[in-house]
Design a binder for this molecule. Structure first.
Ligand code: HEC
Length: 193
């Protein structure tokens, strides 16, 4: 009788403890996702705001030189202002800038998103992967969602001057021939805890 009591008290305590650890874990994941989403939003808003401004000022070719010259510096600037241990970047399987080529683990995630799209299944708003005990990557799929994207990532032969500019800056450009709704890539935020 006594042993049974001790056993059940021990069991109760350990399940309470487990529930507590599970709760802490859930809270931690929530806060990681939140940090990742803030970083994603900051990067996308910064790039979009600057691009819009340049299209307005000097048209699509001016915006292209802006993207080409500044996208990286702007990304670095955004990263310098994020919380310590957090960094954001853009990746694509069909990249324009080779510096945006996905790493092997990132390519797997892009492939899995592409498969969902090809099978006409719902693409989740984000995907969280744990890399090691302290490192996570939050992926946010990027879709060609505005007609303006197609000016520089669609049928660019329609604008020979722009096409010439793109191929001189990016001789191995793969980021063309997209259509509305296509998966363009992802924002990846690495979060270290
Ligand atoms: C004015 C031309 C222009 C427009 C419009 C444009 N892009 Fe780009 N995009 C570029 C250039 C140039 C790069 C390469 C930047 C660099 O060198 O880092 C690029 C890079 C990217 C990348 C990073 C991966 C890669 O291929 O290097 C993504 C993702 C992307 N664009 C998505 C979009 C989306 C989504 C839109 C529409 C909202 C869009 N772009 C509109 C010119 C453009």
């Amino acid at each position: 009788m006594k042993t049974t009591k001790i056993v059940s008290i021990t069991l109760l305590c350990s399940s309470l403890l487990l529930a507590q650890t599970q709760k802490q874990h859930d809270e931690e994941i929530k806060s990681i996702v939140k940090d990742g989403q803030i970083a994603t939003k900051t990067l996308l808003q910064t790039l979009q705001k600057n691009m819009k401004q340049h299209i307005k000022q000097g048209g699509i070719t001016d915006a292209l030189s802006f993207c080409s010259n500044e996208a990286y510096a702007l990304t670095d600037k955004v990263n310098a202002n994020l919380k310590k241990g957090i960094s954001a970047k853009r990746i694509s399987a069909k990249y324009r800038n080779p510096a945006n080529a996905p790493l092997d683990d990132e390519m797997k995630v892009l492939d899995s998103i592409q498969t969902l799209k090809s099978e006409k299944k719902k693409v989740p708003p984000y995907i969280l992967k744990q890399i090691d005990e302290h490192t996570y990557k939050l992926y946010t799929p990027l879709v060609i969602n505005k007609p303006v994207c197609l000016k520089c990532h669609g049928d660019i032969a329609a604008n020979p001057a722009l096409q010439k500019e793109i191929s001189s800056r990016y001789p191995d450009d793969k980021a063309v021939d997209y259509k509305m709704g296509d998966l363009r890539g992802a924002v990846v935020v690495t979060i270290k805890r």
